[in-house]
Write a protein that binds this ligand. Structure first.
Ligand code: ADP
Length: 717
């Protein structure tokens, strides 16, 4: 069963859609992975920042605790020890801008304080009232009962000296925090503030009391405040945040921003893809900062290379898929074409095998029958079922007509040598029913693709029918030869007769001349002796008839004489006249009436007059023959001649039965005759003669009458 050829349309659209889906899917996966990685990075960075900041804050507290321990019962004499310790701490912990000691100054020790700071910073330094608008250096009075002014500052840089005499207890910015520190006795952070010299800092303070007993600032047991000044920028620098794409802010109480990262993460960038935010309070109790870390997500944060690689991989996969698909399709096409071609070849082979008159038996290499065509089944007188699968020797029984058996079976020779072997002459095939057939044929080897012999094909033909056909053909041809020979001998006899007629005419001429002479002499004698007029008339008639006989003989001799044809200018009317003279006897005997309708002018043509007479006599003879069966009185012949333009036309019509349609086509063929004694050469000779003078001869039936033969010749002159 043939399956229709499937036509594939290239699914370009489908491939593009698949590619797009894969691309988008891949991009989403990449986006998700990239985002997860960025989140992980961010969380790691954030935790780093958080723990480092926490550690810094712990360090601040530790330093302050150590300072407090060092400054126990801080007395002016012991300040030097505190200073040394503070210097080491500041060197060791870079985030510590300075370490300060705010000493409680009362009217009792103010003088000493002034001496101290003037000693350190020079003249012009004294206690200042910070709570007045012009905090710039308003000097007492009114003197306060308690000041809390810097007496130790480490490192004691020139710019740091500006804070000597500065009363932190009454500064509106610090007062609350300082009082809280004094009243609580705990470490307390101040609000962040700007340094005169630039930079943002905060104070981490702790009050010192006599006997560690927390008291109010006014109480004599309150000694002062130790403070570390923590520099945000330095602390930030310590964290090495510049390499991280983070916005970091520390908010102190009341949301007061204390610290901002120095990163240049531009906010609201058009490339921004959103922000990651993280917020948590740092664990230090005394430094209650809220850490907020943000990260601007930008396209540059995403690794585009993996995406590009992924997309390229997907595009490549799609292309590869497409290529494989096309190759597969081409393969399928090729396979279909091969199947088709194979199918056609098989069909052709099967039809050929079924159609031919030769028996074909195909044998496998193991010498068993594989395939037989219908003719082989017929010749072997066995069905396909009885033949296929059997060993060839049990079905293909070959022997030789002349010998008892073949010297070597041609099939086995072919299978042994791999060469084509013809069945020897006189090979006999014995059928299943025991019939013997004379066969001819050959055994051809069958080779596999690798060139190995894979079997043989035996083709054979029954010579019986061939022989019969050959015999029939031989018989028919022998018959034709015999007829031909008969006709030839007839022609030869006629020829002999012609020769004889010529001789007879010659022999008759002498006696006829003698008869004429004698008759004429007798006539002259009788005329002189006044003889009976009846005798005179009879003798006169005898002389006339003798003369006529002589004329006939003369013309006959000319007609049958052997002569070279002589082409010259002749008048067809004259030729007709001569011919009628010669045919007069036959016409009279046949009771035929002749009508002449000749051209009044000579019909001149270039031809041989005797040959043209022969033509006309032939046509007249045929016409007389055709009129024999017609009743007497209805036998007439009409002879016409005319000049038609440059042509000379001659027609001979008879009133016979005309020419039958079967005869018409073969009329001019040599040896065609419908007459028992006819030779069938007359018209053929006429045609040859007329065509010799570039003319033509044709025959037709005249309506209501007989046949008409027309000769057309080129008119001369
Ligand atoms: P033949 O006269 O020996 O038969 P022809 O070649 O002269 O040979 O003529 C061939 C045949 O043509 C004749 O046998 C006859 O059947 C046919 N035929 C010739 N002339 C006429 C005619 N005038 N009328 C009818 N048939 C004719």
């Amino acid at each position: 069963m043939k399956t229709p050829h499937r036509v594939y349309t290239p699914p370009t659209g489908a491939i593009i859609v698949i590619w797009l889906l894969l691309s988008v899917g891949g991009a989403l996966i990449w986006w998700n992975a990239a985002l997860t990685a960025i989140h992980a990075d961010f969380n790691r960075d954030v935790l780093g920042v958080y723990s480092q900041l926490s550690r810094k804050l712990d360090q601040n507290e530790a330093v302050l605790s150590a300072l407090v321990a060092q400054s126990d019962n801080a007395q002016p004499g012991r300040q030097e020890m505190m200073r040394r310790f503070a210097r080491r701490m500041v060197e060791h912990y870079p985030q510590l801008y300075t370490i300060e000691y705010f000493e409680k100054v009362t009217p009792g020790n103010r003088g000493r304080y002034h001496d101290l700071i003037r000693h350190r910073a020079g003249a012009g330094f004294f206690l200042r009232n910070n709570d007045v608008p012009e905090r710039k250096q308003s000097l007492e009075p009114p003197a306060r009962s308690v000041y809390l002014a810097v007496s130790v500052i480490e490192p004691d840089l020139p710019k740091a000296a500006m804070v000597y005499g500065y009363d932190v207890l009454h500064d509106p910015y610090f007062a609350d925090d300082v009082k809280r520190a004094v009243s609580s006795g705990k470490m307390t952070a101040s609000l962040p503030f700007e340094l005169f010299e630039g930079g943002r800092v905060f104070l981490l303070m702790r009050a010192l009391y006599l006997n560690d007993k927390v008291v109010a600032a006014e109480s004599p047991a309150f000694q002062g405040i130790v403070a570390v000044v923590v520099h945000f920028d330095l602390m930030l620098r310590e964290l090495h945040l510049e390499r991280l794409p983070l916005d970091i802010s520390l908010a102190s109480r009341n949301g007061h921003t204390a610290l901002l990262s120095t990163n240049d993460n531009a906010h609201g960038d058009w490339l921004s893809l959103g922000r990651l935010t993280w917020q948590k309070t740092l664990p230090s109790q005394s430094q209650p900062f809220e850490l907020r870390v943000e990260r601007e997500l930008q396209i540059g944060d995403f690794q585009l290379l993996p995406l590009a690689a992924l997309e390229a991989l997907l595009a490549l996969s799609c292309l590869l898929g497409w290529k494989i698909f096309l190759q597969r399709r081409a393969l399928e096409e090729a396979r279909y074409m091969a199947d088709e071609s194979l199918y056609l070849q098989r069909e052709r082979a099967a039809v050929t095998l079924n159609a031919i008159y030769d028996g074909v038996v195909s044998l496998s290499i193991d010498e068993s029958v594989e395939l037989v065509n219908p003719m082989a089944q017929q010749l072997l007188e066995r069905s396909e079922l009885e033949l296929v699968g059997r060993h060839y020797r049990s079905v293909l029984l070959l022997s030789n007509e002349l010998a008892d058996s073949l010297i070597e079976d041609p099939v086995s020779i072919c299978l042994r040598t791999g060469a084509l072997v013809e069945l020897p002459e006189h090979t006999i095939l014995t059928t299943a029913a025991g019939n013997a057939r004379l066969v001819e044929g050959a055994v051809a080897p069958l080779f596999a693709l690798n060139g190995e012999l894979s079997g043989a094909v035996c083709a054979f033909r029954d010579l019986g029918p061939v022989r019969m056909r050959a015999r029939q053909a031989l018989e028919a041809s022998e018959k034709r030869v015999k007829e031909h020979l008969e006709k030839l001998s007839h022609v030869a006899r006629l020829h002999t007769m012609g020769e004889m007629a010529s001789g007879i005419a010659h022999e008759l001429n002498q006696p006829l001349s003698a008869i004429t002479s004698y008759c004429q002499a007798s006539l002259s004698l009788l005329q002189e002796s006044e003889a009976d007029p009846e005798i005179l008339r009879a003798l006169g008639a005898a002389v006339a008839q003798a003369g006529r006989a002589a004329e006939i003989i003369k013309r006959l001799r000319v007609f049958v004489s052997k002569r070279q044809s002589e082409t010259r200018l002749i008048d067809l009317n004259q030729v007709i006249d001569n011919s009628l003279f010669l045919a007069e006897h036959d016409l009279r005997e046949g009771g035929v009436e002749v009508k002449q309708k000749l051209s009044p002018r000579p019909v001149a043509v270039l031809a041989d007059s005797i040959q043209m007479e022969q033509v006309i006599l032939n046509l007249l003879g045929n016409a007389i023959d055709a009129l024999r069966d017609e009743p007497v009185g209805r036998r007439s012949i009409e002879i016409l001649s005319r000049l038609d333009g440059g042509r000379a036309v001659l027609e001979i019509r008879d009133s016979g039965r005309g020419i039958s349609p079967q005869v018409r086509d073969v009329l001019f063929h040599p040896f065609f005759s419908t007459k028992s004694q006819g030779m069938g050469l007359g018209l053929s000779i006429c045609q040859t003669i007329v065509e010799q003078y570039r003319g033509s001869i044709s025959a037709e039936n005249i309506a209501g009458s007989g046949a008409a033969f027309r000769i057309v010749l080129p008119a001369a002159g």
